[in-house]
Design a protein around this ligand. Structure first.
Ligand code: GLC
Ligand code: MG
Length: 524
């Protein structure tokens, strides 16, 4: 599933905080998608085309130790000097389709399939507020039994670039280059079956040869020219004619292609069977064959090349509040649209709204849950037994509460402090990223005085790749990756974390914390 940055992250993020403190809308012309395949609903026939870690191992190197924050609690180690991942090159292994590693034995509850630019990611919000809220909601309540899919026009390379810029979770599946590349897991293993399918009847050289006859077509950068995608920039007022003429020419050459004009500037030429909708239909088929079909699928988009997503059989969809005209016009012309929700909120905020609108599950983000209950929490009032997902929720809630405490986003009350202290086992311990062990309770107590310490340059935390695993009836192991940065632009830091939780009546999620272990992780 997603990459994890949770368990340790929550606690450590707080510590690190305290330690460091101690010191367009487009009016593109309607464009044409010239073909659809039987995989997608026929209502799409014509749509507007606008549109290694060099981490600190023991013994802790002195340099790393010096960089680490000195705060009593969960800690982050400064990773500035650590190496970055090598730039991604999409692996092109031979063989058959790659299995999607689904760790849960439970039925898949929800699959969210989201576009990235201006859908999951709001490029106008430099603090990524709604994206972070979505991330924490996903980690708390969905990651344990649901699938996250990103479907973007970007190449894998440009996607990796975006990951370095904004706090993105690691999706279970990445569909890139406008539905021409399907990659699985954090290692981005390509689905070779999909590649083979797209090879049929596709002749890239011929597309290039014919396209060269159109001087108005300007090539996009090399990274966006992919095995099954040839991409150009085209002026908006020329687009309609060029799309028509190039489509005809390629057809005359016997090629089965799909042309998509998006965002008022980009023209993609793809094999006819490609596209975001076709790729999703293929993914759903793969999941069905493995008996892992999600109970619900929610597709999310903002622009022309997302329109296909809403045409896939059985999906529900959200058009985010900031959607481009091209997609809105397409929506207006639809006859059957009950399965599509037009959000009022922008980007990830609109996705959360859609989860509520379609009653797809919990939509209360952890920060709101903490805010709403922090002053009224009664440790004796709950006798819930841990259900599936309660361990991930507990980890995310406590980490969220810690961050809100140092940011001064919850009141400085005993009730708020006890929400955190009350779930730490008396003999519970934690190992910090810099190789020190402390009592969990001691760590939490040391936080008490850190309330509001980071209110001027708030700490942002997100937890990725969270997984829970039942080790015994009363013991759950949770692992995640936790990431932290600050609104003042402080460098991103990451930890791998694991935690052991034990059932305990009278706690908010029926669990208490027994052991936490954190190790620094390089930035990706
Ligand atoms: C992304 C891709 C670009 C493509 C556009 C529209 O911006 O980087 O190559 O043309 O999406 O699909
Ligand atoms: Mg978009």
């Amino acid at each position: 599933m997603l990459s994890s940055r949770h368990f340790v992250s929550g606690v450590s993020s707080i510590q690190s905080l305290s330690r460091s403190a101690g010191c367009a809308s487009s009016d593109c012309p309607a464009a044409l998608v010239t073909s659809t395949s039987p995989r997608t609903r026929r209502r799409m026939l014509c749509f507007p085309l606008v549109g290694r870690p060099n981490c600190a191992l023991s013994p802790m190197p002195a340099s790393l130790r010096n960089d680490s924050f000195e705060v009593g609690g969960f800690g982050f180690v400064e990773t500035r000097g650590l190496k970055r991942d090598a730039p991604l090159t999409t692996p092109r292994a031979g063989g058959g389709s790659v299995d999607l590693a689904i760790t849960t034995n439970e039925p898949i509850h929800l699959m969210v399939v989201s576009d990235l630019d201006f859908t999951m990611v709001d490029h106008k919000d430099s603090e990524s507020t709604d994206l972070l809220r979505f991330n924490m909601l996903w980690a708390a309540d969905y990651a344990h039994n649901s699938l996250l899919v990103f479907s973007s026009g970007r190449s894998p390379e440009k996607y990796q670039q975006l990951r370095r810029e904004v706090p993105l979770l690691t999706p279970d599946v990445g569909i890139f280059s406008v539905g021409t590349e399907i990659l699985y897991g954090s290692s981005l293993d390509p689905d070779v079956g999909w590649e083979n399918y797209l090879n049929e009847g596709w002749n890239r050289d011929l597309v290039l040869e014919e396209a060269q006859k159109f001087p108005a077509l300007r090539f996009q950068e090399d990274s966006e020219q992919r095995p099954h995608k040839v991409s150009f920039f085209v002026e908006k007022d020329l687009a309609k004619d060029i799309v028509r003429d190039l489509t005809q020419r390629l057809k005359d050459c016997g090629l089965k292609v799909k042309l998509i004009y998006s965002g008022g500037y980009a023209l993609d030429v793809l094999p006819q069977g490609a596209g975001k909708g076709e790729a999703l239909a293929y993914l759903l088929k793969q999941l069905k064959e493995k008996n892992k079909i999600p109970k619900e699928t929610l597709v999310c988009g903002d622009s022309g090349n997302d329109a296909e997503l809403y045409t896939v059989e059985g999906v529900k969809g959200v058009i985010v509040g900031n959607a481009m005209e091209e997609l809105l016009h397409w929506y207006d012309a639809l006859q059957s649209k009950d399965h599509i929700f037009k959000a009022t909120q922008r980007c990830a905020g609109g996705i959360i709204q859609a989860i509520e609108h379609f009653a797809l599950g919990s939509y209360e983000v952890p920060a709101d849950r903490i805010k709403n209950s922090s002053t009224t929490f009664d440790p004796e009032s709950s006798d819930r037994k841990p259900a599936s997902g309660s361990a991930t929720r507990e980890i995310v809630d406590v980490n969220t509460a810690l961050v809100m405490w140092v940011n001064g986003d919850i009141p400085n009350t005993d009730a708020a402090h006890n929400r955190i202290l009350g779930v730490m086992a008396e003999d519970g311990t934690m190992v910090y990223p810099w190789g020190e062990e402390r009592l969990l309770r001691k760590s939490v107590v040391s936080y008490k005085s850190k309330h509001g310490l980071k209110k001027d340059s708030k700490v942002q935390v997100w937890m990725d790749c969270i997984k829970e695993q039942k080790l015994a009836d009363n013991i759950i192991l949770v692992s995640w990756q936790s990431w932290q940065q600050s609104t003042s632009g402080e460098n991103r830091k990451g930890n791998f974390a694991t935690a052991i939780l034990r059932t305990k009546m009278g706690t908010p999620n029926g669990l208490e914390w027994v052991r936490v272990h954190e190790t620094p992780r390089q930035c990706n």
